[in-house]
Design a protein around this ligand. Structure first.
Ligand SMILES: O=C(O)c1cc(=O)[nH]c(=O)n1[C@@H]1O[C@H](COP(=O)(O)O)[C@@H](O)[C@H]1O
Length: 240
């Protein structure tokens, strides 16, 4: 894989709480990563300005607000997310088929093809079988992930967010065109932090990931731009 293809796969998680930090990372990482993720912390702190700031720097946005509510509320939130001009937006698959279908239909009927790709979060990368068991889900994590990925696909979603360990199973169940976005990726030089089900970047791409969400391995590095370059090299060098 060439470096440009590898770079486009990296989504940098902007897990910060101010516009000044967006400016800092956008200046450091534009041209080094493929997309910027605006998540709950940043959106709660700065709102739409966070998205607008990334767009102003010429970056593309994955709006990661993981909606989970009654179908009408999630559909309306997704329509507003789409209006902001983001490339990817997500909800929790555990919200169920009706919630996903209502959201997917609302976005498609309002924006047609000029819309963000819609992702369903399956089981979070910080969850284990014990996490599931304690909320009453007795199935193994990988079975739950595949079940939710299939449900998401049947409900009109474009793809899923899942741990790298389940990429192969999802590809098998949902086919080559279904997007797989995977956090919980750790390059050789980085700490594991609180992620539990992890994989190296090149391995995740080889397994079939379309995008890798990477935060602290880049943000906490003494030279974030160099860390992003190293990850691009790991992917390009390790993937056919
Ligand atoms: O939806 C996500 O992006 C997400 C889903 C998931 O299962 N696990 C997960 O870590 N994430 C996000 O991916 C990012 C991972 O950041 P790092 O662990 O610092 O690389 C964070 O912004 C999380 O919110």
């Amino acid at each position: 894989m060439n470096s440009d293809e590898a770079r486009k796969k990296i989504i940098f998680a902007l897990d910060v709480n101010g516009v000044a930090e967006i400016d800092r990372y956008a200046a450091l990482l534009s041209g080094k990563v493929g997309m910027f993720k605006v998540g709950k912390e940043l959106f709660t702190a700065c709102g739409r300005e966070a998205v607008q700031t990334v767009l102003r720097h010429g970056g593309e946005v994955f709006l990661d607000l993981k909606y989970h509510d009654i179908p009408n509320t999630v559909a309306k939130a997704m329509v507003e997310a789409s209006r902001m001009g983001v490339r990817l937006a997500n909800l929790h698959a555990l919200g169920g088929a009706e919630m996903m279908e209502t959201a997917a239909n609302a976005v498609r009927s309002e924006f047609g093809d000029d819309r963000p790709r819609l992702l369903a979060v399956t089981i979070l990368t910080s969850s284990t079988a014990e996490t599931l068991r304690r909320v009453g889900i007795e199935h193994p994590v990988d079975q739950m992930v595949v079940r939710l990925a299939r449900l998401a696909q049947e409900s009109g979603m474009d793809g899923v967010v899942a741990s790298p360990l389940e990429i192969g199973l999802i590809r098998e169940a949902c086919g080559p065109d279904f997007l797989i976005v995977t956090p919980g990726v750790r390059p050789s030089f980085a700490a594991v932090d609180d992620q539990k089900r992890i994989m190296a970047p090149a391995e995740a791409v080889t397994a079939g990931a379309d995008y890798l969400v990477i935060g602290r391995p880049i943000a906490k590095a003494s030279d974030p731009a160099a860390a992003a370059d190293l990850i691009v090299e790991e992917i390009a060098g390790g993937c056919p």
